[in-house]
Each structure stands twice: as C-alpha cells, then as structure tokens.
Design a protein around this ligand. Structure first.
Ligand SMILES: CC(C)(COP(=O)(O)OP(=O)(O)OC[C@H]1O[C@@H](n2cnc3c(N)ncnc32)[C@H](O)[C@@H]1OP(=O)(O)O)[C@@H](O)C(=O)NCCC(=O)NCCS
Length: 153
C-alpha cells in the first residue's frame, strides 16, 4: 500500500471513482483536472495487486482568504475497500504532512449532515463540528456541517 501524489495520468481513474462514490455530487472532470494542476495536496492511496490500483484519494487546497487554513475538499475510499482502516490511514497521513509543514493553523472541511461514518471518522481525529449548518452546500441541495481541526490545540 502506498500514498503518492496524483498526476494528470490518473485523471480518468480519479473521475470514475469520484462519480461512482459521489454520484450527483461528484466533482466534474474539468474541476478534477484543475485540482490536479493546482492543489495543496492531492494524494492517492494505491494497493499493489497484479497492477497498481487506486482505492482512494484526498484533495486539500489552501483557503483563499486565510492562507494559514487548508480545506479538505474531497476524500473517498472505493466502496469495496471501505471500513478496513484505509480512510483513517490516508487522513492520518495527510494531517501529519500538514502538521509537519508548521505553517498551517487549521484544517477545515464540509460533510453532509447524514454522513455519520465520515463525521465519526473526523471526530476520531479531533475535528470539531461547528454548530452552524451550511445550507444548500451540495449540488443535490443537501446541507453540510463545517468541521475544523486546530493544529496547535
Ligand atoms: C468516509 C470514508 C472516506 C471513510 O473511509 P473508510 O476506509 O471506510 O474508513 P475506516 O475504515 O478508516 O473507518 C474510519 C472510521 O469511520 C467510522 N465508521 C466506520 N463505519 C462506521 C459506521 N457504520 N458507523 C459509524 N461510524 C463508522 C469509525 O469511526 C471508523 O473508525 P474505527 O474503525 O476506528 O472506529 C469512506 O467511508 C468513504 O469514502 N465514504 C464515501 C465518501 C465520503 O463520504 N467521503 C467523505 C466526504 S466528507
């Protein structure tokens, strides 16, 4: 199992996985292409079967108005591989990378209100849920929580 930077050769695989998991809320191919070009971290988790196989990825970008904040804008593990610790492994890895840079104060993300699994996972890593609900956050019209991890607390 390896964590590596995503590059443009991964675009099709990333887009397929994104559509499979997020359906109507999936990021478009265009957006993924731009995120591969410009990101803070765009990491893939690969397993080595007969061939290398991407089983998940995480995208982190810098906040526009707060340069010491980063935002996890996308994060998934392929359905077949969920609930086996891969999500925790990838999230832990990215949190460590961000902490080691020593320039980022806060990691933020949005999560759908009904996504108990992801919320529990983020809470396991000490993300705190902001009580304010972000209405209409997703394409589907669903609302989101904002969750935040203060690096220095
Ligand atoms: C969220 C996601 C990335 C987690 O990845 P994963 O590989 O399944 O996660 P893990 O196996 O490491 O499990 C992580 C934690 O999730 C929580 N969890 C798992 N299954 C759960 C369940 N049925 N109910 C509640 N919490 C659950 C637990 O806290 C678990 O940690 P623990 O096993 O130490 O208790 C994955 O489920 C996924 O891709 N979901 C669809 C896309 C998505 O929702 N992405 C997040 C968008 S904000």
């Amino acid at each position: 199992m390896e964590i590596k930077d995503v590059d443009s050769r991964d675009l099709k695989k990333i887009v397929n996985l994104e559509q499979k998991i997020f359906k109507e809320n999936a990021f478009s191919e265009d957006l993924m292409e731009r995120l591969i070009e410009k990101n803070f971290f765009f990491l893939k988790l690969e397993i080595n079967k007969l061939k290398k196989h991407i089983i998940g990825f995480i995208i982190v970008i810098k906040e526009k108005d707060r340069k010491d904040n980063v935002n996890i804008v996308n994060f998934l593990i392929d359905s077949k591989f969920q609930n086996r610790g891969y999500g925790s492994y990838l999230l832990q890895h990215v949190i460590e990378k961000i902490k080691n840079l020593k320039i980022i104060k806060k990691i933020i993300l949005n999560v759908q209100l009904s996504n108990t699994i992801a919320i529990t996972l983020y809470e396991k890593f000490n993300f705190k849920r902001n009580p304010l609900i972000v209405e209409n956050y997703y394409h589907s019209g669903k609302d989101a929580y904002l969750m935040e991890l203060n690096i220095y607390s």
